[in-house]
Ligand binder design. Sequence first.
Ligand SMILES: [Zn+2]
Length: 324
Amino acid sequence: MIEPKGFIQAGLALLFVMAGSPAIAQTQGRIAPAAGLETIQVRENVYAIFGAGANVTAHVGEDGVILVDSGSTATAAQLVAAVKAISAKPVRLIVNTSADMDHIGGNEVVGATGIEMNPDLFADEPHATVLSHESVLTRLSGDDKISSELWPSETFTSRVRSMYLNDDAVMVYRMTGAHTDGDTVVLFRKADVIATGDIIDLRSFPVIDMKKGGSIQGELDALNRLLEMTVPAMPMVLKEGRTLLVPGHGRVSDYAELVEYRDMVTTIKDNVEALIAKGMTLEQVKAANPTAGYRSRWGKESGPWTTDMFVEAVYSGLKNPVKP
Ligand SMILES: [Zn+2]
């Protein structure tokens, strides 16, 4: 697990020595809290903002601000302040990694501070482009309790949607069917940062929301694809390079932690599979404690995503696998 402060200070110290850049050295990695949210600089032009519901990743540059997720509605004004504290440029693009309210809740308020990627000269009210997988729009528009102001303005269904913004290749990958049927991850290829959405939730076992099309098979596939995209550090060589991961929830992380998370999910899946092969019912599988060894670190006995709910999702996913 990365301690962001230590890592960033070490990283910036090295950058300072190498590039002699006082502007970077002065940032110290941790930005003064804006409206109660915590912002950490993870790369020269990439920031992770914590405390607004889901983690929000901000990529800044000449074209404006790209955000991955927009947090909760209740914290939208705080997020606007936190984004203004890192860049004076308008928000141009918000990518939603799922249809969860703590990821899309700021779309309206935060988006209203920005302008489209391709500005519409005739629009009365400019608004940042909000991009997601099509399933996110389907979910949101199918729920009358959710205002249409929160809907994405642009959707895609292809395996990857890529664009060049802020002098970086921004690659939005479809990873649907893991946490939900609308999952995407965003790779900033030059910055070498991936915003993973809730495929990685470091607070708990991964949330496999079966009601919204998530599955254990999809979750494992997504974690394995993320591993292919993530380059580890080389411990014996004095190089700073490695891919950094901003999870949907929890601290900034890297390859080593992703391997651990993937192995944990794989082991539990194998355990449940072996218990099913013995003919056990769900109750018997739960009683056999298939998360042993991981439960104290990742398990929750109460709250929105308990160990029992995770085991149940794994069990049902293995009993009734989703056809791709
Ligand atoms: Zn989330």
